[in-house]
Ligand binder design. Structure first.
Ligand SMILES: [Zn+2]
Length: 247
């Protein structure tokens, strides 16, 4: 019997990692230089959800399995009443998701995940903004989340608008131009490729932002170099709900 979660198998946590010491996570130098003000926010004591204390590989497998249940319509029953008490004292999500804000894309549903499992940042066009990056730094560096996913989707209106702006000279009202500017690199990349322009731009936008996260200094780049964090992309298929991972 596992004393952590009651599982009958005593060794089923072989993929899990010990509770992370915040200073040890990044190396004392980096932590003291950049994150000392956040020390008070680092979780203390046992993880609220012991099953989430895993490395990136098992975390990705859990997302894949959860998405398969979602596609089949065999989702688990997530009982908030029992989770609520465990999550009062903190959180240890096993994946951070940078998703489009599109109402058809709901990461917790798409991966059949529960509260406390996913740290989700959403913006139309699923690009890395300064504030979104800071949020993902928080979940990786402070909460110990081992996996980040940039989640785009088919027929993304934001990417489609960017194509119309940069290729056809369309003008957008309000604050939309400022958002669309972030998608220009993906449109430029897709313009050099053959095939469906929108599909290529959506894929390019995901991968460009995966690379941006991986290279983000000083925190996430260091965690990636040390093998503590993995960053992957995904494309959500509207008709089926399937997420095709780009790893
Ligand atoms: Zn979208």
């Amino acid at each position: 019997m596992c004393h952590a979660c009651g599982n009958p198998s005593a060794d089923h946590h072989s993929d899990q990692i010990p509770r992370r010491n915040f200073l040890g996570l990044l190396g004392a130098g980096v932590a003291s230089a950049f994150l000392a003000p956040l020390l008070h926010a680092a979780p203390k004591g046992p993880p609220p959800k012991p099953r989430n204390a895993i490395t990136a590989g098992p975390a990705l497998q859990r997302l894949i399995k959860g998405n398969a249940r979602y596609v089949k319509g065999t989702m688990k029953r997530h009982d908030f009443a029992t989770e609520r008490e465990a999550l009062v004292g903190g959180q240890n999500p096993y994946a951070g998701i940078l998703s489009c804000a599109d109402s058809r894309i709901a990461p917790e549903f798409a991966f059949d995940a529960a509260r406390g499992d996913l740290f989700v940042v959403r913006v139309a066009g699923n690009f890395v903004s300064d504030e979104g990056l800071a949020s993902l730094e928080y979940t990786t560096a402070v909460l110990g989340t081992p996996l980040l996913v940039v989640l785009g989707h088919e027929k993304c209106g934001a990417v489609d608008a960017a194509i119309k702006v940069f290729n056809e000279g369309e003008k957008l009202p309000g604050h939309l131009p400022g958002l669309i500017d972030h998608l220009k690199p993906a449109v430029k990349t897709a313009n050099r490729e053959s095939g469906d322009l929108l599909e290529n731009a959506i894929r390019a936008n995901v991968m460009l932002n995966v690379e941006k996260l991986k290279a983000s200094r000083p925190l996430i780049s260091k965690l990636v170099e040390e093998g503590r964090v993995r960053v992957v992309g995904g494309i959500y298929r509207l008709a089926t709900g399937q997420v095709d991972f780009l790893v």
